[in-house]
Design a protein around this ligand. Structure first.
Ligand code: PGA
Length: 255
């Protein structure tokens, strides 16, 4: 009902996929497809593909994002990349707090908050990921978990900075598993996130916030998910690696 107040954004999350020549080929295939999209189009790619992606998408409607960044500006953090470094390369978006970072790399709500604030301070748009594990859903604590993740992620983020935030609701049990949340389940949690944000800021701020669904979104289920009143696009893993599949999702989000 308030969908007109915000932009639907489809963001690809390539994860640890695509060599440089493969990235080049996929982006070239994607360009004419993305051109027709009325929604926001973002591709989040591995660090090694950022420069290639920024160069190849210059002057197009495709925005480039990274998949993580560190919260310090510089220093002795072997293996990490700062938000300023991303900005310097021409990156406009960054994913923070993806469940794979939380599960495999010790990311916590607190580090998600630090990274979110650092990325916003550097002038990046941030896609903050939240979502419950399967046992949390089964125990009936999805709402508490997701509300808590949202609140901690946004601690110290100003209303002005919130304009550069997208929240991606990604139930962990639906990521890369082929299991999708039903359209109703997805909408229910996206709506809870919006209500949580309305309490932290204002209803108008919450209405303007893009809230994506992610987790096995594909050409078959996208239209139903994206038609939900509180689902404003998607964060797409597997289906972002094929230009035609990604194109179907862009079309579904462009209505
Ligand atoms: P998937 O991944 O679409 O492959 O489930 C989504 C994500 O991890 O962002």
């Amino acid at each position: 009902m308030n969908k007109k107040l915000r932009q639907a954004v489809i963001a690809g999350n390539w994860k640890m996929n695509k060599t440089r020549p493969e990235a080049k080929a996929l982006i070239e295939e994607l360009k004419p497809i993305a051109e027709k999209a009325a929604c926001g189009v973002v591709i989040c790619v591995p660090y090694t593909n950022l420069e290639t992606a920024v160069a190849l998408t210059a002057g197009t409607n495709i925005k480039v994002g990274a998949e993580n960044c560190h919260f310090e500006k510089s220093g002795a953090f072997t293996g990490e990349v700062s938000a300023d470094m991303l900005k310097e390369v021409g990156v406009e978006y960054v994913i923070i707090g993806h469940s794979e970072r939380r599960q495999y790399f010790g990311e916590t709500d607190v580090t998600v908050n630090k990274r979110t604030k650092a990325a916003l301070a550097a002038g990046l748009n941030v896609i903050v990921c939240v979502g419950e594990m399967l046992d949390e859903r089964e125990k009936g604590i999805t709402d508490e978990i997701v509300a808590m993740q949202t609140k901690v992620a946004l601690l110290g983020v100003t209303a002005e900075q919130l304009k550069n935030v997208i929240i991606a609701y990604e139930p962990v049990w639906a990521i890369g598993t082929g299991k999708t949340a039903s359209a109703e389940q997805a909408n229910e949690v996206c709506s809870l996130i919006r209500a949580t944000v309305a309490k932290l800021y204002t209803q108008a701020d919450a209405d303007a916030l893009t809230i994506q669904y992610g987790g096995s979104m594909n050409p078959k289920n996208a239209a139903e998910l994206l038609a939900q009143p509180d689902v404003d696009g998607g964060l797409i893993g597997g289906a972002s690696l094929k230009a035609n599949d990604f194109g179907v999702l862009l079309e579904a989000a462009s209505i």
